[in-house]
Design a protein around this ligand. Structure first.
Ligand code: HEC
Length: 129
């Protein structure tokens, strides 16, 4: 009986759909102006109106900053201590207006300046955790 149950669960785990789900890329680079199949909508506005840094990061910044794609400073690493040494004003200016491969507003066209600021702060803070 146990053997039968196990075989059924193995079959379920290895169904084509389950496999396709497991091997699909976890992130897709989504540049401004492109239609992206798996665009994650930015989270709902918080009570104060502005989305939290974590929401904005998860919706718009993690694509590059989670893995260090295109040499983006990587979340949770000392990369962000080095960037923070430039001063928050410079980081904010680059986040809003773009900087080399860093797109303006990190592709979050609907983000307010405060929301971008929250996201920058969230990533800078990640360096010390
Ligand atoms: C398409 C990829 C991509 C996305 C999406 C992205 N970034 Fe970046 N970001 C980069 C890259 C690449 C750099 C490094 C640029 C360099 O140093 O030349 C960078 C650097 C930065 C920096 C440091 C700038 C500096 O002066 O050192 C900040 C701040 C930043 N990003 C904020 C954000 C925020 C906030 C978001 C989301 C709202 C975001 N990024 C989304 C690619 C991205």
């Amino acid at each position: 009986m146990c053997t039968l149950l196990n075989m059924q669960s193995i079959a379920a785990v290895n169904s084509e759909e389950a496999i396709a789900n497991r091997i699909k890329p976890f992130a897709t680079v989504c540049l401004e102006g492109q239609e992206c199949a798996n665009t994650v909508a930015a989270g709902p506005a918080s009570a104060s109106g502005a989305r939290t840094g974590e929401d904005v990061y998860n919706a718009s910044c993690h694509t590059c900053h989670a893995s260090g794609l295109l040499n983006a400073p990587k979340f949770g690493t000392t990369d962000w201590q080095e960037r923070a040494a430039k001063g928050m004003e410079t980081l904010m200016n680059h986040a809003l207006n773009g900087f080399n491969a860093m797109p303006a507003k990190g592709t979050c066209a609907t983000c307010s300046d405060d929301e971008i600021k929250n996201a920058v702060q969230y990533m800078v803070d990640s360096a010390s955790k």
